[in-house]
Each structure stands twice: as structure tokens, then as C-alpha cells.
Design a protein around this ligand. Sequence first.
Ligand code: PHE
Length: 348
Amino acid sequence: MTLQAQLEALRDNTLKEIAQVATLKELNQIRVETLGKKGPITEVLRGMKNLSPEERPVVGGCANEIRDLLTEAIEARKVVLENEALNAALKEESLDVTLPGKQMPQGTRHILTQVMEEIEDIFLGMGYQVVEGYEVESDHYNFERMNLPKDHPARDMQDTFYISDEMLIRTHTSPVQARTMEKHDFSKGALRMISPGKVFRRDTDDATHSHQFHQIEGLVVDKNVTMGDLKGTLEVMMKKMFGEDRKIRLRPSYFPFTEPSVEVDVSCFKCGGAGCNVCKHTGWIEILGAGMVHPDVLQMSGIDPTEYSGFAFGLGPDRVAMLRYGVNDIRNFYQNDLRFLNQFKVKE
Ligand code: PHE
């Protein structure tokens, strides 16, 4: 067999092998064996010096041609095999995006937070500012500045947890009144604020009492503020909270920091006043305490009571939520039972 015929046989065999090879590793092996330094083609080219001058260009040309052809065939096969490997990997690792996803449990704002934010919105709409007070408060602001000196009998209704003789956790949001009044600059206009937050009392926990609950304090101070302003303001709030048909009624009451003081009732939102279980068959629901800011309270905060007057109110959002949603035990709000809380899920 001539050298040329041997090369052509090598070419045909190798092309067949390349076509059949299934892995990149085997393909590489073929490349090394045929085209490598110890392969038959290199060998032929090396042995050229032993050929006659006539044979040299023929055999050399043939060897070069076959080397180029095989190199190309191997490269082409390599591309095919690499693609196949990639497709196989993609298939293996692919995700089925049509499968149902994992549901992430989503929380919601606490029902009391929702109610308080709703009330904040009502007052923001009437030009009030929302002020935050301190849960740890001094005896001075919690009691003295609210006209409850050390020996005042009304302190008994608001016993609390003491941190020291002078520091306590506040029994109501009213100390925010004093803190806001003493800072207010009346040259910039009237004082209108609400202050929502937690309060604490030494109460025995039962269905309607909890040692921790919430209040929203309201305070307006300006020249010529009257009881009529108080009544009108509360009426707007109650209509927004319990429906346009609501009426309110004021009854005389007592708070050391307001004079006169009133207890405010709203006509029952469930029966409209006819009498039902929500209003205990009276047609009215007691909803908050209020009154005209006591002159001494103004005075203690550096405001001249002969020039300025004001009204204040204290509302319990826990009670609002209980009434509105028919919750019969205040403790439900504080037990973090998701079966309870999830009933008040809102779409954020
Ligand atoms: N601070 C009073 C309470 O906790 C409520 C109140 C606030 C009454 C403002 C009148 C004016 O009972």
C-alpha cells in the first residue's frame, strides 16, 4: 500500500470514528491519537526526508490536507457534543415553573393598630397633629400636672406600676397634654393634637379590663374654645367611626383635669337607639371621657386661662374595636392568638 493510500484509509477510518464517538473525552482521545506528536500523520511528515523529491510534494500535500480535514471534523463534532451535553444538563436541572409555589404566610397590622390609624386619619383631616408621649412617665406629668396632687383621692382609680417613687408607667395618655402645652408656640396658631398609645393600670384582668390597654388623647387649646367646639368635634368623629346617623349625648362627670367634665355616649350603631345587646338595651354606648381643660392645668403649663381655653378627651380604641367587631373579651387583643388576629386581615 502506498503512503498516500495509507493516509486515505486513516482519513476514512478516523472520520467514521469521529462520527460515532459519543463523548468529548473519547473525541479528544481520537485527536491525540491521529493528530498528536506521536500520531501517524506527524510520523509521515517527519519521514518526508526519506522520500524521493517527486514523491515529497504529493505525500506532503496529501498529509497536510488530511490533517486539516480531520482537525476540522473534530472541531465540528466537538461543537455538536458540547451542545448535547449542555442540553442534557439544562433538561436535568430545569425547574417546572408551572408547579404551585410555596405560600409565604403574610401577617397584617394588629386590629388595634388599624383602629388607631383610622382615628388618627380622622383627626389629621381636621388639622390635628399626632404626638407621641412616653410610656414610662413621671409622677409629675402623669398626676401633678393633671391636677392630681399626691394625696388626691382620684389617684386611687388609676393605681399603676411604679419604677420608683417618682417614675411609673403611665395610667393615661393625659400627661401628653401637659408636655405638648408647655412647648406650644401660640404665635404659630392654635394647639390641636391627638396622642395615641399604651397605658397601664393595676387592674384585675377580666373580660373588660386589662393591665395594659390603649388610649387616644385629644387636646385643643386656643382663644374662645367652647364646649360647643368639643361637642361638634366629637360628633364628627363618632359619625366617621360609627356611621353618619350617629348622635352623641353628654352627661356630667368628673375628671380632676377638666371642668366641666362629661361622659360621652354615642347612639347605638347596631340598633340605632331602639335597644339591643350591644347597648345593653339603653340605646346609648358610653364611649369616652372629655371636658374643658381645667384652668389650673392650663396655668401649670404656662398658658394664661383668662386668655385661652381648651377641650380635651380620652378615647379607648380597645373598647371601640370590641364594640365594632363584637369582641367580648379585651384580653383577646393581647394574647397573640393568630386564630383571633387573622380575622382582621386587611389587604395592605
Ligand atoms: N385621662 C382620662 C382617663 O384615663 C380620660 C380623659 C382624658 C378625660 C381627657 C377627660 C379628658 O380616664
